[in-house]
Write a protein that binds this ligand. Structure first.
Ligand code: PLP
Length: 854
């Protein structure tokens, strides 16, 4: 019988064990092994079965067991020690406090998804896992941050596979009462509600759940409350569930409702109001509009408010795939922005922010990434290569500037080591290396032998094999109406075979099935009796993506062949719980996207932290970190004629590497059966590469390079009743209006007849500034190597000095002079340009205005 309603009754914990409740209520258990051990001790089997989620676990433990433990002084003391450690962790000064700067005061971090623990499935893939890792690392580093997101009743979907290999989706409903969440309440106990005014006099209401992610509060907005009509209750039903209007409502709620929830939270708790707002992808872009509306309410104009908002906003773009960017029907957005939603904002001003460069303002789509870039003065991609790709992809927003001047920097993603490192490696580090910090340990130390290391790694592989058998057994039962599976199912995989992992979402660019390009060759690799290789594969396709589902089906069917089924498996329902066993169990992590479409990719990082070597296309993070000791590069066939040929060439390179490099190394053993050279590389990877891949490195970079500058810049333009913001906006409008009259009228050079290195090139330029004054602009020489007519490579800039002799030139014209040192031999090119100048601009390209000599 199907229940019409469900809720969770929380267990009554004996008062002696009150510490357990406090520990369960803070998600730090998701990455704190000592806390996990404390819970596990209560009932190891049940702990495993409850997804290692203490809240669910405590609800299911036999009360008699808890009563017994309450009488066990040793256990009670242990629990109290862990509680004391948690309280200390929450209060003590950490890295950020040691900086002593106090800026930023508070960072509000907005993301549509969060992957924090298997028990809180509010993510679909890399973006969410990254957001979870960002909060965890911020907590460990003591960065003052508030996370903001939505609470999806059914999260993403749960995946199963039909007998013929087709993906099936289920949407198990989450009960917030049974999760480590608490409602945000006013002092009188009433739940805080945020409200958005919608067209046709409707209102969207949301309650606010609060999760504690270590030191970081995470606010999750939830529309499933009686104050809403049935239709509006379902706004937060699923992650990326619907299209068009449903999605727009989610994003309006995330941005506008989220900003309002932050306001309510800071007021209730006395937390300083954020001086930095970070948008993780464009989905939360409406938050900028909400803040502009608030400043307009305080008396600023739209342009001045925009300056203020931009100064303190950080925007991170995550996709180089245009289809991955949110675009809404313009008329739909207009309808929502025309009501009472954002008082004081003229919809035309808001719509202009989402207009793609050179698009028709009447008919084109409203682009959330473009709006994000216009609302944020501080922007970044998520790896060096992705930074370059983003500068090219969005370069038209700064017309006239070379790609390398486009103001989008990059910070390479990282993964949270305490979450993603296998407990067995941590125990080994504790026992042999004297540290529980696996990310910064010296794994090359002679205190640890290759044999001992290899035995631990074999254990990790063995647990993956067990987990895979368990999952496949369950999947078989589910596919065959409860029938017992044949014995081969419980014997798949081999704890001593070279184990290759491949798991990710299944958009086409990730090329799940590249390995099947030549099925005979793959079969030969998998069935080689001397050098056994096995593949463990997992991944979900977006429910609306039939192409992705076809790829999964192709792979599942291939793996169903009797001679291969023990050597290649597809595990249904990839999620954090699976990932925790999968990465540690792999020897090689395979990644074969179409370069450069993988913005960063983090699964290979997690595998490396667990002693795997990477076998990957030179894309995302691997493009900057590949090294001989860390794995192998699959060469990209960039010159291939078409996509098919490219796949064929890259797959052939993959097979070659597997046959002639990877397997040979792996099966090169000493007398004790240890692959000494392989283990050396793995130990190098753990020692040298792992510290570069940590989310702590990433969050430090965000603080140093984006958050602190944003906070300082915000303070500068906000000071004195936002004097700077007002000035900047009036000045910007004046410069923009006058710019069509700005020209470089004439350039003369001299001083070099037969130029040699060390000579100086002298320049004189006459510029026409129209209504502008020399204070408004910089006139500069742009110079450098120039091997083609079209470009100056790695251009340098040298400002020219004004050299006006009064009355010599007509009004509006000015003479500038200067010189450039010829410090390198070879072809040389230069030009002269005029760009706007203001002390509150962060980048030359910011206004997208430039006048170059013709
Ligand atoms: C790490 C992770 C991802 C993202 O992996 P990518 O390599 O960035 O695609 C997705 N899902 C889960 C469960 C993960 O742990």
């Amino acid at each position: 019988m199907k229940p019409i309603r469900k809720f969770t009754v929380r267990a009554v914990i004996p008062p002696e064990l009150g510490a357990l409740e406090e520990l369960a209520a803070n998600l730090r258990w998701a990455w704190h092994e000592p806390t996990r051990r404390l819970f596990q001790h209560i009932d190891p089997e049940l702990w495993q079965a409850s997804d290692r989620d203490p809240v669910a676990f405590l609800g299911e433990v036999d009360p008699a067991r808890l009563t017994a433990l309450a009488a066990d002084d040793g256990y009670v003391e242990w629990a109290e020690r862990e509680r004391a450690a948690l309280r200390e962790y929450l209060a003590e000064p950490r890295w950020f406090q040691s900086l002593g700067t106090g800026t930023p005061r508070t960072v509000a971090y907005f993301s549509p998804e969060y992957g924090i623990a298997a028990a809180l499935p509010q993510y679909s893939g890399g973006l969410g896992i990254l957001a979870g890792d960002h909060l965890k690392a911020a907590s460990d580093l003591g960065v003052p941050m508030i996370g903001v997101g939505l609470f999806y009743k059914a999260g993403y979907f749960a995946q199963s596979i039909s007998p013929d290999g087709w993906q099936q989706e289920r949407y198990p409903v989450l009960e917030p009462d049974g999760l480590p969440l608490a409602l945000l309440r006013a002092p009188d106990g009433a739940p805080v509600q945020v409200t958005l005014a919608l067209p046709d006099d409707r209102s969207l209401h949301a309650r606010v759940w609060k999760a504690a992610v270590g030191r970081i509060p995470l606010l999750l907005l939830d529309t499933d409350i009686p104050a809403n009509s049935d239709e509006l209750r379902s706004v937060t039903d699923r992650l990326y569930g619907g299209g068009g209007e449903h999605r727009l409502l989610q994003e309006l709620l995330l941005g506008i409702g989220g900003a309002r929830a932050v306001g309510a939270f800071t007021e209730l708790t006395g937390t300083p109001a954020p001086d930095v707002f970070h948008m993780n992808e464009g989905h939360a872009g409406f938050l900028g509009l909400e803040r502009i509306a608030a400043y307009i309410g305080e008396g600023l104009t739209f342009p001045a408010a925009l300056q203020l908002v931009r100064a303190g906003t950080v925007f991170t773009t995550h996709t180089p795939v245009p289809a991955g960017i949110d675009r809404f029907d313009r008329a739909l957005v207009e309808r929502y922005l025309s009501g009472a939603l954002l008082p004081g904002i003229d919809p035309a001003d808001a719509l202009a922010l989402g207009l793609e460069p050179d698009a028709d303002p009447e008919t084109s789509a409203f682009n959330m990434a473009v709006m994000g870039l216009r609302l944020a003065q501080h922007t970044n991609g998520v790896s060096k290569l992705h930074g370059e790709v983003s500068r090219r992809m969005f370069g038209e927003l700064w017309p006239g500037f070379d790609t390398d001047e486009v103001p989008i920097t990059s910070i390479t993603n990282g993964v949270h080591a305490p979450t993603w490192t296998d407990p067995a490696l941590r125990e080994l580090a504790e026992a042999r290396l004297g540290t529980d910090d696996t990310e910064h340990a010296d794994w090359r130390s002679a205190a640890l032998t290759d044999g001992e290391f290899w035995a631990v790694k074999r254990g990790m592989r063995g647990r993956l094999v067990d987990d895979a058998r368990r999952r496949l057994t369950a999947a078989w039962r589910q596919q065959h109406s409860g029938a017992e599976p044949p014995t081969w199912v419980s014997r798949v995989l081999d704890p001593d075979a070279l184990t290759v992992g491949f798991a990710r979402r299944v958009p086409t660019y990730k090329r799940l099935t590249l390995m099947l390009a030549d099925p005979q060759r793959l079969t030969a690799i998998l069935t080689n009796p001397e050098r056994p290789v096995q593949f463990v594969i997992a991944g979900k396709s977006h429910p609306a993506d039939d192409e992705g589902k076809r790829l999964i089906q192709q792979l599942v069917r291939f793996a169903q062949q009797p001679e291969l089924r023990g050597r290649i498996v597809f595990l249904p329902d990839y999620d954090i719980g699976m990932a925790e066993t999968l990465y540690p169990g792999c020897d090689v992590w395979l990644n074969n996207p179409l370069r450069p479409l993988e913005a960063c990719g983090t699964s290979g990082m997690k595998a490396a932290m667990n002693g795997a070597l990477n076998l990957s296309i030179l894309d995302g993070w691997w493009a900057e970190f590949a090294g001989d000791d860390f794995g192998w590069v699959i060469p990209s066939a960039d010159a291939a004629g078409d996509a098919g040929e490219r796949d064929t060439l890259e797959a052939a390179a993959l097979y070659d590497l597997l046959e002639h490099q990877v397997t040979t190394r792996y099966f090169e053993r000493d007398d004790d059966g240890v692959p000494v050279e392989w283990v050396r590389r793995v130990r190098e990877t753990l020692t040298v590469l792992a510290p570069e891949l940590g989310a702590d490195r990433m969050v430090r970079e965000y603080v140093d390079r984006l958050y602190r500058p944003a906070a300082e810049h915000f303070a500068a333009v906000a000071a004195d009743g936002a004097r700077g913001a007002r000035e900047l906006s009036t000045w910007g409008a004046r410069v923009r209006a006058a710019w069509p009259e700005v020209h470089v009228a004439q350039v003369e050079s001299g001083g070099v007849e037969a130029p040699h290195v060390g000579d100086e090139l002298k320049l004189r330029a006459v510029v026409e500034l129209g209504e502008l004054s020399p204070d408004d602009v910089t006139v500069e020489a742009v110079y450098g190597n120039s091997r083609s007519e079209e470009t100056i490579e790695a251009a340098q800039h040298a400002a020219l000095e004004i050299a006006d002799a009064a009355g010599q030139l007509p009004a509006g014209r000015h003479l500038y002079t200067g010189s450039v040192a010829l410090d390198r031999a070879g072809s040389f090119g230069y030009t002269v340009r005029v760009v706007p100048r203001h002390p509150l601009l962060l980048s030359t390209a910011e206004l997208g205005l430039v006048a170059v000599a013709e």
